[in-house]
Design a protein around this ligand. Structure first.
Ligand code: ZN
Length: 141
């Protein structure tokens, strides 16, 4: 297992802005604060969502769009650099109006309300293409 010890560089609580994209706001915050590695968790609600499912056989992401109001029952993710920019790898469990859930890689979602806890680290984290999975994985954990 590739790993390294990291040093906490800052811890933030944030309220996501209504009407803006969930993931993009996290990336914008990371860019503004110069954060190159972080771990976060969040909760709230979105007005729609685009969830990606990674097909391990085809090695392709399948986007699935939901045009409905959803609870962000749980969101977890991390920030690393991808192609020189902060990328917020974001997973979520989303709740429907019948209390059922859907889940996956949250590519996009229009925020209704959101609360975030983010812990940043001193050491930059970089993603690079990994031939075995065809994913952009951590190069230097
Ligand atoms: Zn993912």
């Amino acid at each position: 297992m590739h790993h390294r010890e990291v040093t906490p560089a800052g811890e933030y609580l944030a309220r996501l802005e209504t009407g803006r994209d969930w993931r993009e706001q996290i990336e914008a915050f990371a860019r503004e604060r110069g954060i190159e590695s972080a771990w976060f968790q969040g909760m709230g609600a979105v007005q729609d969502a685009e969830v990606w499912y990674y097909d391990q056989d085809d090695k392709e992401y399948e986007p699935i769009e939901f045009d409905e109001h959803l609870e962000v029952a749980a969101c977890v993710g991390n920030v690393a650099r991808l192609d020189g920019e902060p990328f917020a790898h974001t997973h979520a469990v989303l709740g429907r109006d019948d209390a059922g859930t859907l889940s996956g890689h949250l590519n996009a979602g229009t925020v209704f309300a959101g609360e975030l806890h983010l812990r940043a680290f001193e050491e930059p984290l970089v993603r690079e293409h990994h031939p075995g999975t065809d994913l952009d994985l951590w190069l230097n954990p």
